[in-house]
Design a protein around this ligand. Structure first.
Ligand code: SF4
Length: 374
């Protein structure tokens, strides 16, 4: 097929093959790719607003035995800086989250060798008991896999218990690139690609809403990025008809500062703004069965993320009142509830606050703007 035929195929919401996607990514002029992705965005999200969210990334523990080569956040068991977040800390952080207009914790942490299912269900229950309105967008497939292994249980049982304890939705964390060659090089202590996909499928079977991510710009090939797209959309195709499945796709770039990948293997993030914009456009084109595409302003910055809103993205994600994992590897960007809306307006769109289910929220009347130290 030539480029024009591929554009027509994409505009008809047909699944492009891996080869067709790679061909478009490598050969299509940027403006044409942006046009096609923007047309798809208008059809998928006809209200035309750009959604955003207020939540806080809180970490359950920084103890981890997975040893991902791109992670500066974790500490090995017994390390002097190791911590497990306690209830007084959650109380303080949730009170601040509410003050800043947030309705959710993105609650994640390391693969602690001694924290099993009870630890997480007790934590979720206690938070929900004290703060019933706070949503828990928590853990991710690698943590679910780790808990399943510790408990010698099944994904189904672990997800069922987490849901009963207060899990509202499952983030698409730890996907990196869903190809085991890549995972062996950068995150071999984490679950493999198939287990990540199986856990998401099980979550969809239980009608737990999820998101999907891709961290690119390290050791993967272009073809492996497209293998990732196809695996994600296949899981989405298999979700039960009444389940929402993946609500969003969020591609973001590897942050290399002080990581083992950079220091030992000399792997650096060489993704340019243009390449990121092409990846956003290709996300929209390759994943016609996922409605929301999020531009990762945290990793690529405001201006590139604004252009992404004209290249298929319709969502700016959260202002992230707190974020400790990606920031620890160099991501320097910050937004408040005012500056994120200004950025969306400047890009030519109307901002709309949403929750994790992509339902619209009003901005709380009593909201404070946090102080951001750039
Ligand atoms: S990315 Fe997560 S799983 Fe990997 S080392 Fe860091 S905390 Fe552990």
């Amino acid at each position: 097929m030539n480029l024009t035929e591929l554009y027509q195929k994409a505009l008809g919401f047909h699944f492009l093959t891996l080869e067709e996607g790679v061909l478009l990514f490598k050969n299509a002029p940027l403006t044409e790719l942006m046009f096609v992705a923007d047309e798809l965005r208008k059809k998928q999200v006809p209200h035309g607003k750009v959604t955003w969210q207020i939540d806080r990334n809180v970490n359950t523990t920084n103890v981890c035995i997975a040893n991902c080569k791109f992670c500066n956040f974790y500490r090995v068991p017994g390390h002097a800086d190791a911590y497990i977040t306690d209830m007084p800390t959650y109380r303080k952080k949730i009170a601040e989250t509410i003050k800043y207009g947030g309705d959710q914790l993105l609650l994640q942490g390391g693969h602690h060798p001694e924290l099993g299912l009870d630890f997480y269900t007790n934590t979720f229950r206690q938070i929900k008991q004290e703060f019933p309105a706070i949503k828990l967008h928590a853990l991710g497939p690698p943590e679910v896999a780790h808990i399943t292994k510790l408990e010698k249980s099944t994904h189904r049982e672990v997800l069922t218990e987490l849901r009963k304890a207060g899990l509202d939705s499952l983030p698409g964390a730890g996907a990196e690139i869903l190809v085991d060659r890549v995972r062996r090089l950068i995150s071999k202590g984490k679950c493999g690609a198939q287990e990540w996909l199986d856990i998401m499928h099980e979550a969809h079977n239980q009608n737990i809403t999820t998101s999907a991510t891709m961290m690119f710009g390290h050791v993967e090939t272009i073809e492996e990025r497209f293998e990732h797209f196809i695996k994600i959309r296949d899981v989405q195709s298999r979700k039960p008809a009444n389940a929402k499945g993946f609500l969003a796709f969020i591609p973001w770039t590897f942050q290399d500062v002080d990581t083992l990948l950079a220091k030992i293997r000399g792997v650096h993030n060489l993704i340019t703004s243009e390449e990121y914009i092409r990846m956003i456009a290709m996300s929209r084109i390759m994943l016609p069965n996922i409605k929301n595409m999020q531009a990762s302003w945290l990793t690529v910055g405001k201006q590139t993320a604004q252009i992404c809103l004209h290249s298929g993205a319709n969502d700016f994600g959260s202002i992230m009142i707190e974020e400790n994992v990606v920031s620890a590897a160099g991501a320097p960007h910050r937004f408040t509830y005012k500056t994120i809306q200004n950025a969306i307006l400047d890009a030519g769109f109307e901002p709309q606050l949403r929750n994790q289910q992509y339902e619209w929220r009003d901005i709380p009347r009593a909201i404070e703007e946090q102080v951001v130290n750039y």
